[in-house]
Design a binder for this molecule. Structure first.
Ligand SMILES: Cc1cc2nc3c(=O)[nH]c(=O)nc-3n(C[C@H](O)[C@H](O)[C@H](O)COP(=O)(O)OP(=O)(O)OC[C@H]3O[C@@H](n4cnc5c(N)ncnc54)[C@H](O)[C@@H]3O)c2cc1C
Length: 336
């Protein structure tokens, strides 16, 4: 629906008088007031249904507008505009990364959703120096961070299992995977953040600079500002990796072994444990490291429909250590 002439006149009046203090924007005039902002990107007002969905598929709250920012300044301008509407405005703002939340966390009912993936725009920069790091946009997917850093033989230290999640999305939560026992979650592996605050200020923060904001935003569920850039420390990427899975029928042995491995020095570089609900065909599962053609091993996995437990581990090594690695890991690849 196109705004009427009267609505345009009301908006011009609002912007002219609103000035420095807060300005009241009636709900029906919000789209018009957003349209009047000068941006590098743009707002969508009609095609907003995707922003009302997430991976969980349990909540659906359509926003009034989706911002596709062309720059960090667009996010700052929009948030400042909402801030200036004052505390009586019910308009909410939510950043949306890859929308893999389960309960609508990246949605904003009748508010503004900021589509962070629009912000990827060539902002990734790898510094391969003595203490290497990458500067990545908050809307960048971790898979892209990996591909870019691998060009320099480098990689972040702490991961999620699934890499089609955004930097801002996982840093607003925790970001855990099989490296967490060694390096901590992803939020413990950040040097610096650039954040657009609730007032629309763009602030750089780190453990040394604006540290309250830094620590609040990490794991802050998007409530302390929008992460527009993160500086992630890097380490040399492994050249080769040995991937091992061990199946257990007995929960006590499974947890005992897992605790022993994560507390011992110099064991694996990645350790995860999970439960497998035993269905037919687990040996052919794409994640299985067991060779279904091997009848000796396959016969050990008959479990009559019982729940199985699995330890998954990896060990990084150099090509010249391949023989040693074979000797060390072979006894582990057996069923317990
Ligand atoms: C298939 C699948 C696999 C997963 N695997 C793992 C895993 O291995 N390890 C793990 O730890 N988690 C995992 N998760 C959970 C996932 O990390 C979180 O749901 C994460 O928040 C999703 O990232 P996203 O980019 O989709 O963020 P979204 O779902 O879009 O957003 C998540 C939250 O962060 C906020 N947010 C998003 N971007 C920003 C930003 N730039 N600044 C501030 N706030 C922001 C949103 O407002 C929202 O509150 C998985 C989820 C799914 C669905």
């Amino acid at each position: 629906m196109r705004p009427s002439l009267l609505q345009y006149l009301k908006l011009i009046l609002l912007l002219a008088l609103g000035g420095v203090t807060t300005m009241h924007v009636p709900k029906q005039d919000v789209p018009l007031s957003l349209e009047a902002l000068t941006l590098d990107g743009h707002f969508s007002f009609h095609d907003v249904s995707a922003a009302a969905q997430d991976f969980g598929n349990m909540s659906s709250f359509p926003p009034v507008a989706v911002l596709h920012p062309g720059s960090v300044a667009d996010i700052a301008t929009t948030i400042r505009h909402v801030f200036l509407m004052g505390e009586h405005s019910a308009l909410t703002v939510a950043a949306r990364g890859h929308g893999h939340s389960l309960y609508g966390q990246s949605q904003a009912a009748e508010g503004i959703v900021i589509s962070m993936e629009s912000l990827q725009s060539n902002r990734m920069r790898v510094n391969p120096g003595e203490s290497p790091y990458v500067d990545a946009s908050g809307g960048e997917l971790w898979i892209n961070v990996l591909h870019e850093t691998l060009k320099y033989g480098l990689a972040p230290k702490s991961w999620t299992d699934y890499l089609h999640l955004t930097v801002g999305g996982t840093l607003s939560n925790a970001g855990v995977s099989g490296q967490t026992f060694r390096h901590g979650p992803q939020i413990s592996n950040v040097n610096e953040l650039e954040i657009v605050t609730g007032r629309g200020d763009v602030i750089t923060c780190s453990p040394e600079q604006n540290s309250d904001l830094f620590h609040a935003a990490l794991g802050g569920l998007g409530q302390f500002g929008i992460i527009t850039r993160a500086r992630i420390p890097l380490e040399p990427a492994p050249k080769m990796v040995r991937w091992i899975r061990v199946l257990y029928l007995d929960f006590a042995s499974f947890t005992e072994d897992q605790e022993m491995l994560i507390s011992a020095e110099k064991t694996f570089d990645y350790i995860e444990g999970f439960v497998i609900i035993n269905r037919t065909g687990i040996l052919n599962n794409w994640r299985s490291s067991f060779n279904p053609q091997d009848p000796m091993r396959a016969s050990q996995f008959e479990s009559d429909g019982k729940v199985l437990f699995c330890l998954e581990m990896t060990k990084n090594f150099n090509p010249d250590e391949a023989d040693v690695m074979e000797q060390v890991s072979q006894p582990l690849a057996l069923c317990h």
